[in-house]
Design a protein around this ligand. Structure first.
Ligand SMILES: [Zn+2]
Length: 307
């Protein structure tokens, strides 16, 4: 097993064999004892005790006792208990809030993933991505008919043309390019430039492209730098909405930056000493992503000469 980063480490048994039995699933989805991870408009329910948070699981019976009939997916089994998930986006806030107790709060999943234990962060990436995929695929992309959730949310079937749809995972390459004691970091337009954070360059893998080809293309597009020796380092599920980050290191073959101003706010070379200070949050001139992001680990591994 390689590096386990936040949003991975999910210990749920997804019950691949049992979930083929639709009658068994139907029973689970009405069992009042089943534990439910609850979302409201993609924010997840946690219990806050002082500054500590843990996922708050509510029994299906308690949710239904408030007059809520949730749409559910089956996550699987953890330590002999069955876990479901729902997003109550369709219900009015007053009704949703009626299921909360003292200290319960819906928070954004980036914050939750950063602060929860590794295994609970992994439960978020599993449940959030699968709930969103189900919600965005209620109509067939071929014939436009309604689709029906199957296998507890792990597939959907069109009621018109009967095609089966499966949850998507979108691969994204993210790469730290280095040249001796310098590494290449950039700010995409939007979130990173607003926060003044420099990170590794990243982009979606195109259809018909290998990981190495995607790295070479993205780095060329975003910085004008040609790369060689692309090496895989680690991966990370990233549930916004259903990406898989594929982290790599690569060496620069050229040095002159010529970045795409449509996509990037800034791209620069930074010396290893500057980067080491930034990792300790002690550099006024450079901020890098925190440890929730795979970019942090790619930068750190190069800066500390682990790779
Ligand atoms: Zn169809």
């Amino acid at each position: 097993m390689g590096k386990i980063l936040k949003f991975s480490g999910n210990n749920i048994d997804r019950l691949e064999v049992q979930r083929r039995d639709e009658a068994w699933i139907s029973d689970i989805l009405i069992n009042p004892e089943s534990k439910v991870i609850v979302y409201n408009k993609s924010k997840v329910l946690v219990k806050k005790i002082f500054s500590n948070i843990t996922l708050k699981f509510i029994s299906l019976g308690d949710i239904k006792s408030k007059g809520i009939e949730p749409e559910l997916i089956l996550l699987g089994d953890l330590s002999g208990e069955l876990y479901l998930a729902t997003d109550l986006y369709d219900f009015e806030d007053d009704k949703v809030n009626s299921i909360l107790s003292d200290g319960d709060e819906f928070i954004d999943c980036r914050t939750a993933g950063d602060q929860l234990s590794l295994s609970q962060g992994g439960m978020i990436s599993h449940s959030k991505s699968q709930l969103e995929w189900n919600r965005k695929n209620i109509f067939c992309g071929i014939c436009g008919s309604k689709t029906n959730g199957q296998r507890g949310g792990q597939s959907r079937k069109c009621l018109g043309c009967y095609i089966e749809l499966f949850p998507r995972t979108d691969p994204v390459i993210i790469t730290l390019v280095s040249n001796g004691d310098y590494c290449l970091l950039g700010q995409s337009k939007g979130r990173l430039s607003k926060l003044n954070i420099y990170s590794c360059l990243a982009g979606f893998v195109d259809q018909g492209e290998s990981i190495e080809e995607a790295v070479a293309r993205e780095i060329m597009e975003e910085s004008g730098i040609k790369v060689k020796n692309v090496n895989y380092y680690a991966s990370q599920p990233w549930p916004f909405p259903w990406s898989l980050m594929i982290g790599c290191h690569a060496e620069a073959e050229t040095n002159e930056i010529n970045y795409d101003e449509h996509e990037m706010h800034s791209v620069k070379w930074f010396h290893r000493d500057e980067v080491l200070k930034a990792l300790k949050e002690a550099n006024d001139n450079l901020s890098v992503p925190g440890s929730i992001a795979i970019a942090h680990h790619l930068i750190k591994a190069w800066a500390t000469k682990e790779v």
